[in-house]
Design a protein around this ligand. Sequence first.
Ligand SMILES: [Zn+2]
Ligand SMILES: [Zn+2]
Length: 302
Amino acid sequence: MLDICLLGTGGMMPLPYRWLTSLMARHNGSSLLVDCGEGTQIAIREKGWSFKPIDTICITHFHGDHISGLPGILLAMGNSDRTEDLTMVGPRGLEKVVNSLRVIAPELPFKIKFIELTQPQERLELNGFTIDAFKVNHKITCYGYSLSIPRAGMFDVGKAQANDIPKLLWSRLQKGETLEYEGRTLTPDMVLGAPRKGLKVTYTTDTRPVQSIIDNAIGSDLFICEGMYGEKSDVNNAVKYKHMTFEEAGELARAAGVGELWLTHYSPALNYPENFMDDVRRIFPNAIAGKDKMSAELSFED
Ligand SMILES: [Zn+2]
Ligand SMILES: [Zn+2]
């Protein structure tokens, strides 16, 4: 199972009724956070999710509305008695940016490991999540993230017997172990059928609509995408400031054939996102105007 929460839906600045855009995901005891603007720690508390299991923080880009809440989050994690290492992922320069912010949070009971992205497309395996980072097109270097939970194939008795695997090793191989046995290397695929459909969520904000988003969103159960502007007539501003209109996000969802679209990162001037959703649903019917603390529990099929 994969729990997803859109902690906030605002862009540029937090508002009394709308925190800044941020995503939290939980899987198998490990939590992952994407972005943390000012106030994200309050949104986490309002949702009732815990700071302690946050093993991974991914940052899309270094604009204040996506990272200025980091010192507070790190202190809250420290106050929750976390001692295990934290991994942070983000564009080149991440370590320098984080260490600058940490001048006001110098003493933490855990270490931070940094992974700086340098390629247009990179895959990471961290704490049970497969993370695909992909470069998008904003005013400064910015990445979107796909989070996937792969699912192994079913146990196949016939295959295990055909491969002459002793019965006492079946369950260890089924759980993913690779074993050495009587001079042979035994691998999980010797007892498993084809991999089954896993779970996938793609999150991208602060970007023009670009092909890398479609390529990475394909196969997503849930696609969370920025919609800075509701009015299609704001497309000139979207181009100028490197954001998107709702309809542009709808076009991406349709092109990628995702399961569901949630919009987020609204302009502070956009008071009623729902008023613009009919036009989006004409392009992509399964579209929802994201709301703060909206969450979903994604489960494997059957
Ligand atoms: Zn932003
Ligand atoms: Zn930005």
